[in-house]
Ligand binder design. Structure first.
Ligand SMILES: O=C(O)CCC(=O)C(=O)O
Ligand SMILES: [Fe+2]
Length: 206
């Protein structure tokens, strides 16, 4: 399937079912580079324990989520990170042109889930964080096996969709959908982000 056909499918499915799985969004080589950069940054102490809530409502709670994150932006020195930011920017623009979602910006971070961690059922768009429209997750787990866990469960009206966190796979879903990262028995890598209906520098405003 061509990239244009994939995009059309993504657009249809995002409006029909609310989510879309795009396999081979990046190559194995790109996955390897991203994992190696995530590991390096983690070793240099650039990853922080992820929290929940924003600003004054921010809290750390291991019983809700156990991942470590590093925010990514254009000050990043790694070519491959900049390439991914470009890719997401261009996807955001295309979705915007076609779906009239009013997307203005996006925010994104690396996430590492150490062994035996999870992220309990939640939504990404909520009262204190109302500007997230589309969530995306680029999975970076080569040789992922059934039994490693770490699937993403998306809770739809009449069914639950289970998504394996396979290397190179991009998952897009509407940020108001409930979802959950099931217990991961193996270290789990991703680039997670959100397309926003407001400029990122303004999202602290109501
Ligand atoms: O890693 C995933 O599959 C989803 C992560 C997530 O839900 C989040 O960071 O809000
Ligand atoms: Fe989420």
């Amino acid at each position: 399937m061509s990239s244009a056909e994939k995009l059309n499918l993504a657009i249809d499915q995002l409006s029909d079912t609310g989510y879309f799985i795009w396999d081979d969004f990046v190559t194995n080589e790109e996955v390897k580079k991203l994992v190696s950069i995530a590991n390096q940054s983690n070793q240099s102490g650039d990853f922080k324990k992820a929290g929940i809530g924003k600003q004054a409502l921010f809290q750390l709670d291991k019983s809700i989520r156990g991942d470590y994150i590093q925010w990514l932006d254009r000050s990043n020195q790694n070519q491959i990170v900049l390439q991914i930011l470009d890719k997401m920017e261009s996807l955001k623009n295309t979705l915007n042109e076609t779906c009239y979602l009013g997307l203005k910006d996006f925010e994104t971070h690396f996430a590492i889930y150490p062994e035996n961690t999870f992220y309990k059922k939640h939504v990404d768009r909520f009262q204190q964080n109302a500007h997230r429209v589309i969530s995306f997750v680029l999975y970076l787990n080569e040789n992922w096996q059934e039994g490693n866990g770490g699937e993403l469960a998306i809770y739809l009206e009449n069914q639950t969709e289970i998504v394996q966190p396979l290397a190179g796979r991009l998952l897009l879903f509407r940020s108001e959908l409930e979802h959950e990262v099931l217990m991961s028995y193996k270290k789990r890598y991703s680039v997670t982000g959100w397309m926003l209906d407001k400029d990122m520098s303004l999202t602290f405003l109501p």
